[in-house]
Every structure is written in structure tokens, then in C-alpha cells.
Design a protein around this ligand. Structure first.
Ligand code: NAP
Ligand code: COA
Length: 267
């Protein structure tokens, strides 16, 4: 009792897909807590811009460009981050792709592209970081979505991929628990100002309907999600392993408020 359980000074955090939206908010909050933070994504300009922002927040920052579908690029980037920081304590994996498309109109390659980014990509990130993360106190957080457990029209690719992501989380909680690594999923609800919401709720009318379906009657923010990631990565959550935690104002308890119906009517 009374021990410090929330100290990220000196810890090294990697946020894959951390160069925009929710995941960038996560990277920035860890930086503000004194962590050394690395980010990775495909676009080198987004990586450079995020690095600059993290440094302006006072963090030692690193970054690399890689597509999560490219195992060799991931392995090289993670190795460089480890060489730079000399440790790796927390990994947040959140690279994803999404667009609305009914199954009837979605090509096999469209389905595959989201499966490859979200699900295979998550697995590959896990494989790339494991050799460096393998120590008591380490923590992995996979960024999922309500589609993992709430079926939605025009989201068959995302539903299948994110359900798989949560099973990666739960299976690794079993396999890696004995090494002292905790693996959990965070499930954001509708988060304002993000690419994901711009794609799924592109008009004011749909945005109003989304908010009406959230029991707390507001959009979430990247900070809402980041705070729960911070908790999960800290010793406060030292016995939390294999959990799938919605951060959605209760949206998923409400079946995501009819999102399926309006996506189905749009697509
Ligand atoms: P976003 O801004 O588009 O973030 C996606 C991030 O992943 C970017 O940094 C992107 O950068 C990177 N990325 C995409 N494809 C990649 C690939 N193949 N390889 C490596 N990096 C890749 O989206 P967001 O809306 O904030 O979503 C972030 C996460 O939250 C996702 O996992 C999403 O499923 C989840 N989520 C979002 C919402 C929401 O309301 N927005 C709701 C539920 C769940 P590059 O373009 O540079 O690669
Ligand atoms: N509707 C239907 N199919 C679509 C589509 C859409 N809006 N957008 C892409 N596709 C299909 C393409 O037609 C292609 O299939 P095809 O070869 O049979 O024609 C397939 O998806 C791959 O498209 P491509 O553009 O080559 O994929 P990519 O790997 O360059 O990009 C995406 C991946 C499509 C997921 C792209 O939207 C992306 O990079 N998204 C990242 C940002 C994001 O989605 N953020 C929100 C996160 S929740």
C-alpha cells in the first residue's frame, strides 16, 4: 500500500499506428507522463510530424516507417527502437483500415486488405516486439473496435478482423502471462475528429444520430482512450490480463445505437 504505481519516467513505449488520431493521442499522453515514446506507421511525413510533436512535449522520441503487413520492415524498426532506448516496456498496437462496404460489393481483396492490416498486422507486431518485451511488468495493448463483438452492416471486413484482434489478445494473455507480460485490448467507441469517424459518420445528421446512441450523449476523445491505456500499462492494472475493455460511453451496450442500420443504408 502507498507504493508508487503510476510512474512512466524512463519507460519505453512503442505505439504502432501512432501517427494520427486516437493512437497519436495515446503516444502524446505517454510522452506527457515522462515515457520515452516511439511511433510507427507507413507515411514518413506523419512519422516525422509526430516525432516533432512528442519532442515538443519534452519526450525522448523515436520513430520508423513501416507497413504492418511487412514483417521484415517491422522487425528492423523495432530493433532500431530497442537499440535507441535500450529497453521496451509497453507496446500499443493500433494500425487499422476501415471503409464502409456491403459484402455484396466488397471484393475479396478489399476484405483481405483490412484483414491483413488489422489482424495479420497485429499478429506481426506481436511477433516483432516479443523478443524485446519478454520480461515481468511488460504490457501490450491492442486497439480493437466495437465491431469485434457488435455485428454491423457494411463492416464485415472490420468485424471479422477486430474479432480476431481480440482473440489474439486473449490467446497471448495465456501464452505470455507466464513471462510476466500482460496483454489487453481497448475498444474505443465513436471518437470525434478521427479518420475512423470521418469515414463512418461523414455528415452532421449521422453524427447527431451517433451521439444520440451513446448513453453518455457525447463523442469520445483520444484522451478518453489514452487514459485507459495509461491505466492498463501501469502497475495499477498489474492483475489485468486478457481483458477487452470498451471505452465508449456505453455505446456498445446499446448495440452501437443503430450504427449498423445507417451504415447499411449508406453503403
Ligand atoms: P487513423 O488516424 O487513420 O489512425 C490509423 C493509424 O494507423 C495511422 O497512424 C496510420 O498511419 C496507421 N496505419 C494505417 N494503416 C497502416 C499500415 N498498413 N501499416 C502501418 N500503419 C498503418 O485512425 P483512427 O480513427 O484514429 O483509429 C485508430 C484506431 O482506433 C484503429 O485501430 C481503429 O480501428 C480504432 N478505432 C477507432 C474508432 C474511431 O472512432 N475513430 C472507433 C473504434 C476503434 P499511416 O497512414 O502513416 O500508415
Ligand atoms: N469500398 C470498397 N472497396 C474498397 C474501398 C471502399 N471504400 N477502399 C478500398 N477498397 C478496396 C480496393 O478496391 C482494393 O480491392 P480491389 O483490388 O479488389 O479493387 C482493396 O480494397 C485494397 O485497396 P488499396 O487502396 O490497394 O489498399 P491499401 O492497402 O492501399 O489501403 C485501405 C488500405 C483501403 C484500408 C485504406 O483505406 C487505408 O490505408 N486506410 C488507413 C486509414 C484508415 O482507414 N483509418 C481509419 C481507421 S478505423
Amino acid at each position: 500500500m502507498g507504493d508508487v504505481m503510476f510512474d512512466f519516467n524512463g519507460k519505453a513505449v512503442l505505439v504502432v499506428g501512432g501517427t494520427s488520431g486516437i493512437n497519436r493521442g495515446v503516444a502524446e499522453l505517454f510522452a506527457l507522463q515522462g515515457a520515452r515514446v516511439a511511433v510507427a506507421s507507413r507515411n514518413p511525413a506523419k512519422v516525422a510530424d509526430t516525432l516533432q510533436a512528442l519532442e515538443q512535449l519534452g519526450a525522448e522520441a523515436a520513430g520508423f516507417s513501416a507497413d504492418v503487413r511487412d514483417m521484415a520492415a517491422l522487425e528492423q524498426g523495432v530493433r532500431e527502437v530497442y537499440q535507441r532506448f535500450g529497453t521496451l516496456d509497453v507496446v500499443i498496437s493500433g494500425a487499422a483500415g476501415n471503409f464502409p462496404a456491403l459484402a455484396e460489393k466488397l471484393s475479396p481483396n478489399g476484405f483481405k486488405s483490412v484483414m491483413d492490416i488489422d489482424l495479420l498486422g497485429t499478429f506481426q507486431v506481436m511477433k516483432a516486439v516479443f523478443p524485446y518485451l519478454r520480461k515481468p511488468g511488460a504490457s501490450v495493448i491492442n486497439i480493437s473496435a466495437p465491431q469485434a463483438f457488435i455485428p454491423m452492416m457494411a463492416q464485415i471486413h472490420v468485424c471479422a478482423a477486430k474479432a480476431g484482434v481480440d482473440m489474439v489478445t486473449r490467446t497471448l494473455a495465456l501464452e505470455w502471462g507466464s513471462a510476466g507480460i500482460r496483454v489487453n485490448s481497448v475498444v474505443p467507441g465513436p471518437i470525434d475528429g478521427t479518420e475512423g469517424m470521418a469515414r463512418l459518420a461523414p455528415t452532421e445528421e449521422i453524427r447527431s444520430r451517433v451521439v444520440a446512441g451513446v448513453p453518455l450523449r457525447r463523442f469520445g476523445t483520444p484522451q478518453d482512450v489514452a487514459r485507459v491505456c495509461l491505466f492498463l500499462a501501469s502497475e495499477l492494472a498489474g492483475f489485468v490480463n486478457g481483458a477487452v475493455i470498451p471505452v465508449d460511453g456505453g455505446w456498445s451496450q446499446n448495440g452501437c445505437g443503430g450504427m449498423s442500420d445507417y451504415l447499411g443504408s449508406l453503403a
